[in-house]
Structure formats: C-alpha cells, structure tokens
Design a protein around this ligand. Structure first.
Ligand SMILES: [Zn+2]
Length: 80
C-alpha cells in the first residue's frame, strides 16, 4: 500500500497534464515581433495547413516574420 504507486500511474497516463498544456485552438504570439500564429489559419509561409495546432508544428518551425524560435512564442489569453 503505497501512495507512490498511484503517482506512477498518473504519470504514465497523463503526459498532457502539464503547466503549459496547449489547447488545439490556442493562438500564440511571437515575443519578438508580435506576429500571432492562429491554428485556424495555419501558416502559408511554412505551408502549414489551416487547423494545425501550435503543438503540431514541425520542430524546425520558426516565426515567419522575424525568424524567431518557437520557444519565443507566448500563449495568448482566450477572449471568448
Ligand atoms: Zn516574430
């Protein structure tokens, strides 16, 4: 009987439960040039189809405006 085991189970099943979990429709703003990536529009510069969540962007994706790395992008608050 160890509480420890329960924690292990949660880790196995819940990889998405983190601080910076991203919703599929989350918009992110470039911290350098304020360009906004909107999943509803995708990114024509990188030929990313509309409906692609930020988390599914290719690893080499960078800001199409200023070429900033994706870790510079900040989550925009939902206004809905
Ligand atoms: Zn930028």
């Amino acid at each position: 009987m160890r509480a420890h085991g329960l924690d292990g189970d949660r880790f196995d099943g819940g990889h998405l439960a983190g601080d910076d979990r991203l919703r599929d429709d989350a918009r992110l703003e470039c911290g350098i040039c304020w360009h906004v990536y909107d999943p509803a529009e995708g990114d024509p510069v990188w030929q990313v189809p509309a409906g692609t969540p930020f988390s599914a962007l290719p690893a080499h994706w960078r800001c199409p405006v200023c070429d900033g790395p994706r870790e510079k992008f900040l989550l925009l608050g939902s206004e809905r």
